[in-house]
Design a protein around this ligand. Structure first.
Ligand SMILES: *[C@@H]1O[C@H](CO)[C@@H](O)[C@H](O)[C@H]1NC(C)=O
Length: 333
């Protein structure tokens, strides 16, 4: 379980890097043909309709990814292109699950993630699909979307912001649950303020943190600001100096993101990231509130396909059975 979680955390971070690599080529090439595109004003408008959604499919919890995809696809008329990211040994299974289930109608591309890319040992695969849009949605696998994803995609990013996240001080009811489950919602919970490198950042420890489980990113800015490089730097520094507070289950990616995006991110509508559903199996949101929510996130240890967990009925209605019969729900009730 712990190992599994670690693998997923690493996947998340790698994924963010992958995103950037995917886009890199596009931006690179994109600057030249841009003038051509001006002449044929019809083509770019058609392309504008496609919403890229990036999601990981990790071996032990592929059922989560499929449920999330199903919920997104079923609740929108928009044209979604799913980028499903997996390690080499999972790709066949991902494809089979999609093509042999009700998901066969979706538009998707499978992105092989090779961890060696990160180490700079190999060059990124040139056959990797490229993003057509500079704007991208990233979602953790343990989410269910109840609203129309177009709304999330339409989130306005301020000029110069590379990403939008959910602020941890956003909803009063979210703060109630933070208290209930004993969560910290400030930088203090993620960074070790005894370390010089952290103090030198000059970030107040009482600054509200944000949750990178739902991201709307502007990849043009992402590249322009060299976000991936910065994240890598802070990952590396953490290995050397142990800068991050490990008390929270934020994963390896949260703390570097908090540093890199401090003071320069836009916020998404709070209802688009109702979270901590997996934090405490005894803490429940009101049914009414959950109905209003556009996106539910079971971050924390208690996943809705496992036992014990809460509000798993909301997750299970989107479950897509595994055609290979490997992934099973684990509910004792
Ligand atoms: C993304 O960033 C670029 C560069 O700042 C900007 O020109 C563009 O309008 C932004 N796109 C969106 C959708 O915010």
């Amino acid at each position: 379980m712990a190992l599994l979680r670690k693998i997923n955390q690493v996947l998340l971070f790698l994924l963010i890097v992958t995103l950037c690599v995917i886009l890199y080529k596009k931006v690179h090439k994109g600057t030249v043909p841009k003038n051509d595109a001006d002449d044929e004003s019809e083509t770019p408008e058609e392309l504008e309709e496609e919403i890229p959604v990036v999601i990981c499919a990790a071996a032990g919890r592929m059922g989560a990814t499929m449920a999330a995809i199903n919920s997104i696809y079923s609740n929108t008329d928009a044209n979604i292109l799913f980028y499903v990211v997996g390690l080499r040994n999972t790709l066949t299974r991902i494809r089979k699950w999609i093509e042999h289930s009700k998901l066969r109608e979706i538009n998707f591309k499978i992105v092989e993630f090779n961890p060696m890319v990160l180490k700079g040992k190999i060059r990124p695969d040139s056959s990797r699909p490229e993003l057509l849009q500079p704007k991208v949605i990233y979602l953790d696998d343990d989410v269910i979307v109840q609203g129309d994803i177009q709304e999330l995609y339409d989130t306005t990013l301020a000029l110069g912001h590379a990403a939008a996240f959910s602020d941890d001080c956003d909803l009063p009811s979210a703060q109630d649950i933070n208290r209930l489950v004993g969560l910290q919602n400030t930088y203090m919970g993620y960074l070790d303020y005894r370390k010089k490198a952290i103090k030198d950042l000059g970030i107040s420890p009482s600054t509200c943190s944000f949750n990178p489980g739902v991201i709307v990113a502007n990849m043009t800015e992402w590249k322009h600001q060299r976000i991936t490089k910065q994240l890598e730097k802070w990952m590396q520094k953490n290995v050397e100096e142990n800068l991050y507070s490990s008390s929270l289950g934020g994963g390896v990616a949260t703390s570097p993101m908090l540093i890199v995006f401090h003071g320069k991110y836009s916020t998404i509508n709070p209802l688009w990231h109702i979270r901590h559903l997996g934090w405490n199996p005894d803490a429940r949101y009101s049914e009414h509130f959950l109905q209003e929510a556009k996106l539910l996130h079971w971050n924390g240890r208690h996943k809705p396909w496992d036992f014990p967990s809460v509000h798993n009925d909301l997750w299970e209605s989107w479950f897509v059975p595994d055609p290979a019969g490997i992934f099973k729900l684990n509910h004792h009730s």
